[in-house]
Write a protein that binds this ligand. Structure first.
Ligand SMILES: NC(=O)c1ccc[n+]([C@@H]2O[C@H](COP(=O)([O-])OP(=O)(O)OC[C@H]3O[C@@H](n4cnc5c(N)ncnc54)[C@H](OP(=O)(O)O)[C@@H]3O)[C@@H](O)[C@H]2O)c1
Length: 336
């Protein structure tokens, strides 16, 4: 422990935002290096991820399984790093681990909340910070994608959507359609992420574009957006279509997790259409199958982990704000 610095940096929330989240809602503080107690682990964080759900948690919302981040507090978020000290635990200095206390250069974490990672398990350890599990759940358990399906993924360029389209293809989908904000991002969906066609919000009504992209309708939907995009998906859903509800970005990014949407339940009944909400915490049993499939696909190159890395802890607020504004494709990571 003697070669360690006496201080490190962490990012704190300064105020709960009223409008869109901005970098000045955070500040970077230099604080004393924390010391692990018995059964705790001191980790030198190396890489953290930001995600849309953090905006929702920072604002707080009824029904979320976690309390809102209080002003002055360091937000939580996934990170990977190396163990520095772990007295009284089975972990050793140098072990690669993941945990939920990002936004700081060093973290003290209860050993029970740390997962030891096999450094060789994935071609790039950064992929441990992917939203791959929820993307896989959306495809496999939410939309129950089958070979031959035409699949729609909304918010297809995001951390979840950029992997959901690829998992749909691996599960045998023959046509994969993704929605995003701009034609420019739409080109990247097709060129880099294996989508057949992109539907973009800057090119007219989503439903009209969907009818053109899928004249026979869609069999399966992984919906990250809700609202009008969910209604457009339902308008083109084929008989027996399966809709996995993963997120409600349209409402979330307007400041509400609640996403009331007026759905014609009669057409669901007549069409035998299933809507299934997926909360990742209900599906932890899927982790072994997902991680085998994810690791194998990354290693054999049938799946890529699209992401952007921003250098330095003081870039974390910008990373989150840019992700929310749709400035990137795939996950957004910060090197710590
Ligand atoms: N169910 C679960 O257990 C679970 C777990 C994790 C995450 N999630 C949810 O999964 C969803 C996707 O998360 P993520 O981290 O991958 O987010 P993300 O898609 O990486 O980030 C936000 C994206 O939303 C899009 N966007 C911005 N404004 C929008 C609007 N008005 N309408 C539609 N899209 C808009 C932007 O992409 P474009 O520029 O392409 O529009 C932006 O890139 C979120 O709702 C998140 O809460 C659910």
């Amino acid at each position: 422990m003697s070669a360690l610095p006496t201080t490190h940096r962490e990012v704190r929330l300064t105020a709960r935002p009223e409008g869109p989240l901005r970098p000045d809602h955070f500040h970077t503080a230099e604080v004393a290096l924390p010391e692990p107690g018995p059964g705790q682990v001191l980790v030198r964080n190396r890489l953290m991820a930001v995600a849309a759900i953090m905006d929702t948690v920072i604002r707080g919302a009824d029904g979320l399984p976690v309390p809102p981040a209080a002003p002055g507090a360091v937000p939580d978020g996934p990170a990977i790093g190396t163990v520095v000290a772990a007295p009284g635990t089975g972990l050793r200095p140098g072990d690669l681990v993941s945990h939920g206390r990002g936004w700081r250069e060093y973290a003290v974490v209860d050993a029970a909340d740390v997962e030891r990672l096999d450094p060789g398990a994935l071609p790039d350890p950064a992929a441990h910070l992917s939203q791959g599990l929820i993307a896989w759940l959306g495809v496999v358990r939410g939309a129950a994608v089958r070979p031959g399906d035409t699949v729609l993924v909304t918010a297809a360029a995001g951390g979840v959507g950029s992997l959901a389209g690829q998992f749909a293809r691996l599960r045998g989908a023959t046509r994969v359609i993704g929605t995003t904000s701009s034609r420019e991002k739409g080109h990247r969906l097709v060129a880099e992420l294996g989508y057949d066609v992109a539907v973009t919000r800057d090119a007219g009504p989503v439903e009209d574009q969907l009818r053109a992209a899928a004249p026979d309708g869609v069999d399966a939907v992984v919906d990250n957006v809700g609202g009008d995009q969910l209604l457009a998906a339902l308008a083109v859903a084929r008989r027996g279509a399966r809709i996995g509800l993963i997120g409600s970005l349209a409402a979330q990014l307007s400041g509400s997790f609640a996403a009331p949407t007026r759905i014609d339940t009669g057409s669901l009944i007549l069409g035998g259409i299933t809507l299934r909400g997926i909360s990742g915490s209900d599906h932890l049993d899927a982790i072994p199958e997902w991680s085998r499939e994810f690791g194998r696909a990354l290693r054999d190159g049938t799946l890529v982990f699209p992401h952007t890395r921003l250098p330095g802890i003081d870039q974390a607020p910008r990373a989150l704000c840019e992700l929310l504004a749709g400035r990137h494709v795939g996950a957004v990571l910060v090197e710590l």
